[in-house]
Design a protein around this ligand. Structure first.
Ligand SMILES: Cc1cc2nc3c(=O)[nH]c(=O)nc-3n(C[C@H](O)[C@H](O)[C@H](O)COP(=O)(O)O)c2cc1C
Length: 354
């Protein structure tokens, strides 16, 4: 029997357990959608009904039925393999995109590749590979990108970056300097679309400018207010350190990060994936109206899986989609084209800081 873990795998399984069993939310920051009201745009007299709302769009040249992505969560262990399979089957059913978790474990130990390989369950969906920027700082980075993409027959690769998590993680990479130049080479030289992806800390206006200048065509903002990775890593320290609550709640909210991304998009036309605590259909609609091209989410999928397996993920998504369709119908919006016409991006375009 093949060994289904390496030194990275137990940590990833621990993350799953913590996310399922403990409170991993921010206490002092919300994603920020409560400040965005769309109720004035909902009408009692709309001619559009939810059943005719069609949110078909495309990602990496593939048609998807909704602008949604289940963000990278897992892989590298027997547990991860089971979860990836369930997520893939549900994504295939709803025809939406899926990300796998960091493929670092399988780069270190190739026999773990099967724990990320889900193409047989979802032959046509956009599938996104995943590596950490921290793992790409040596000369073999181009090879690792190719390896990760080909390993799972992916359509794109997300490169996640979250120095704060690395700094508080026991085993984290504490040497995250000089990353801009290798990142630029990867983006410029890669044959695959690269997504620069946050992990729940968000991106400042300056960081978005750096990402834009790197030539990235996709950014996943993963703002603060959803899953809190500082908290998750601190649970693993088992109270050995007691960082201040202010420190544990550091981050740039999802709405604020989206604002930054939309502003910089005027100069660098990348596609924006909004994520970070977007756990309801109504907040997904708000994110799209604020300028996101796609919406991603992770934590509710973990909770739904542990609650009721594949069926749990399916129920979560069904409700999410019903919410989206009802809200859009009441706004009189039938499709993505009409949604794009109603975007409220303009409210983000006049940022004072340039
Ligand atoms: C259990 C779990 C494991 C995750 N592992 C990864 C990972 O390996 N790579 C990555 O880029 N993001 C990872 N994420 C982060 C998510 O992809 C997402 O960016 C983040 O959780 C924000 O979305 P959320 O607030 O909806 O959870 C993970 C999230 C969860 C909940």
């Amino acid at each position: 029997m093949k060994r289904m873990h390496n030194k990275t795998s137990p940590r990833k399984d621990e993350h799953l357990k913590i996310c399922n069993e403990l409170d991993v939310n921010y206490d002092l920051i919300s994603p920020g959608f409560e400040k965005i009201s769309i109720t004035e745009e909902l009408s009692n007299f709309s001619d559009v009904t939810p059943d005719i709302v069609n949110l078909e769009t495309s990602l990496f040249g593939k048609k998807i039925d909704f602008p949604l992505i289940i963000s990278g969560i897992t892989g590298g262990s027997e547990e991860g393999k089971k979860i990836n399979k369930s997520i893939a089957k549900v994504c295939d059913k709803f025809n939406i995109a899926m990300g796998v978790g960091s493929q670092r474990a399988a780069i270190e130990e190739p026999q773990l590749a099967s724990t990320y390989q889900v193409r047989e369950y979802a032959p046509n969906i956009p599938l996104i590979g995943n590596l950490g920027v921290a793992q790409l700082l040596d000369k073999t980075n181009g090879e690792k990108v190719k390896l990760a993409v080909e390993m799972i027959d992916a359509d794109a690769l997300a490169l996640h970056i979250n120095p704060l998590q690395e700094y508080v993680q026991y085993e984290g990479d504490k040497q995250l300097s000089n990353i801009i130049s290798p990142l630029e080479s990867i983006i410029q030289e890669s044959n695959y679309p690269i997504i620069i992806k946050g992990v729940g800390f968000g991106f400042s206006l300056n960081d978005m400018k750096i990402i834009g200048k790197l030539g990235a065509k996709y950014v996943d903002i993963a703002g603060a207010g959803g899953t809190n990775w500082t908290k998750i890593e601190l649970y693993r320290h088992k109270k050995e350190f007691s960082f201040s609550n202010e420190f544990v709640n550091l981050g740039i909210s999802t709405v604020e990060s989206l604002k930054n991304a939309v502003f910089v998009q005027q100069s660098f036309p990348y596609k924006i994936i909004a994520s970070g605590g977007i756990w309801s259909g109504i907040n997904a609609v708000k994110a799209l109206l604020l300028g996101a091209d796609y919406v991603g989410f992770a934590l509710p999928i973990v909770k739904a899986y542990y609650n009721k397996g594949e069926e749990g993920i399916e129920s979560f998504l069904s409700v999410f989609l019903i919410e989206m369709k009802i809200v859009l119908a009441m706004m009189g919006i039938k499709n993505i084209k009409q949604l794009n016409e109603r975007k409220k991006k303009s409210c983000f375009h006049n940022k004072k800081r340039l």
